[in-house]
Design a protein around this ligand. Structure first.
Ligand code: ARG
Length: 461
């Protein structure tokens, strides 16, 4: 028994192993709605251009709609013998409407069919990702507003560097996820072309109207090269790249949450809904959701590397290798959606321990740069010399086990005779933060300015 779809020249059916390695229905059934949508648009165009008769089109359309509702109601049996979603649908259509079904595949190949199905799916997934990113950004904007002036240490090398505000830190993530959102928008713009009608690879001799099907499927226009149309998977690679970058951002955030929620840091407390306990240690509250977000980044990046590797040696145009594009994208999309949702939840309801943050903000000589800047501004020292003088002050404070602002004036004057009482006003964390009002700096007034910018911008994205 040879295949009923392409078995004309075959005397026997495939070996069991061949069927197993060849079949994609196990995963590409996810594309059923896009496959039927694409077929409906194609059939309507074939009728409009007079390539098939109106009666055939009517039968095809009603049969396809029956199949759609059967699949949605769990009344459809997928068969591995029929390889993939395309042939499962078409074969059922033949059962339902008879000979007219055989006219649907006129001027079309599974090569352009799968390309259009997958594009529709990826485009919709990009759009879902955009919505999810906007929700995450909104969660951060809310926390940033609440904490525009909440003091915390800023770090480099995870060592206390200079005091910043928690609102400023939140806004750093808004910038990152904002770039992710714009990457999604760019990618949608680029992929918004319909490959349907490229047929197997060379186009078709039938007088089809590709602009009509492109429009019916919500694409901006048809693709311009039939060879590229069936061999291009850039949109899938762009989805995975964008997903991998977003996942990397989520992972850095997850790492910070893991660190911040340790008893040693104590900057945040995760809500009960986003943490778990230990089966042996009753005191534990673990940041499992953050850890899993951090880990799932590996899967998403793995999918990107996997598909890049599948594509890298393929001659034009279609090769069956490309059937391996789907699982990578499906898994990454599902994983990313979950990770963004978990992060949005965590960010929204974690408790910020402002006292612990403020205390840490003042430790580790975090205002040393402010002392150096004061020496430059008030005494006219070159910055390099001011840096050196300040270094000696820090060493002395360390030796005396006090904060910089707790050194006596006499101590400071011994290091540099020009220093006056006025300097102490500049060594507090609060003053330090409020002074950094350069554009994009950490001063609360700047943070509020950037919050306003994003509140307006997000409505337009
Ligand atoms: N299941 C195939 C895929 O996912 C559909 C295209 C098959 N085309 C072909 N010429 N065998 O790529």
């Amino acid at each position: 028994n040879s295949n009923e779809m392409w078995g004309g020249r075959f005397a026997s059916g495939p070996a069991a192993i061949m069927e197993e390695i060849n079949a994609s229905i196990g995963f590409d059934q996810k594309l059923y709605a896009q496959d039927i949508q694409g077929s409906l648009a194609h059939a309507a165009m074939l009728a409009k251009t007079g390539i098939i008769a109106a009666e055939d089109h009517d039968k095809i359309a009603s049969g396809l709609n029956t199949i759609l509702s059967d699949i949605e109601n769990g009344k459809f049996t997928f068969s591995r013998k029929l390889e993939d979603i395309h042939m499962n649908v078409e074969s059922r259509l033949a059962e339902l409407i008879g000979a007219s079904a055989g006219r649907l595949h006129t001027a079309r190949s599974r090569n352009d069919q799968v390309a259009v199905d997958f594009r529709l799916w990826v485009k919709a997934e990009f759009e879902k990702t955009a919505v999810a990113l906007k929700q995450l950004i909104a969660a951060f904007l809310k926390r940033a507003e609440e904490h525009a002036a909440t003091l915390m240490p800023g770090f480099t090398h995870l060592q206390t560097a200079q005091p910043v505000t928690f609102g400023h830190h939140c806004m750093a993530y808004v910038e990152m996820f904002g770039r992710d959102l714009s990457r999604v928008k760019d990618a949608i713009e680029r992929m918004d072309e319909s490959p349907l009608g490229a047929a197997a690879l060379a186009g078709t001799g039938f007088p089809i109207d590709r602009h009509m099907t492109a429009k019916a499927l919500g694409f901006r226009e048809p693709t311009r090269n039939s060879l590229d149309s069936v061999s291009d998977r850039d949109y899938a690679l762009e989805f995975l790249s964008a997903a991998a970058i977003t996942a990397t951002h989520l992972s850095r955030l997850a790492e910070e949450i893991v660190i911040w929620s340790t008893p040693q840091f104590g900057f945040v407390r995760l809500s009960d809904s986003f943490s778990t306990g230990s089966s042996i240690m009753p005191q534990k509250k673990n940041p499992d959701a953050a850890e899993l977000v951090r880990a799932k980044t590996g899967r998403i990046t793995g999918s990107l590397v996997g598909l890049l590797t599948v594509m890298k040696g393929l001659p034009l145009t279609y090769s069956k290798d490309m059937q391996e594009d789907k699982e990578a994208v499906f898994d990454a999309a599902e994983t990313l959606e979950l990770a963004i949702a978990a992060m949005t939840g965590m960010v929204g309801d974690m408790t910020i321990n402002t006292a612990a943050m403020k205390k840490a903000a003042g430790s580790g000589y975090s205002t040393a740069t402010d002392l150096a800047d004061w020496l430059v501004r008030e005494l006219g020292l070159p910055f390099r010399e001011a840096h050196h003088v300040t270094g000696r002050a820090v060493a002395l404070a360390e030796q005396k086990k006090v904060d910089l602002g707790k050194l006596s004036l006499a101590d400071l004057q011994e290091i540099h005779p020009g220093i006056t009482d006025a300097v102490f006003g500049y060594l507090t964390v609060d003053k330090s933060v409020r002074s950094r009002k350069s554009f994009g700096g950490t001063a609360p007034e700047q943070v509020r300015r950037q919050i306003k910018f994003w509140q307006k911008r997000i409505g337009k994205l």
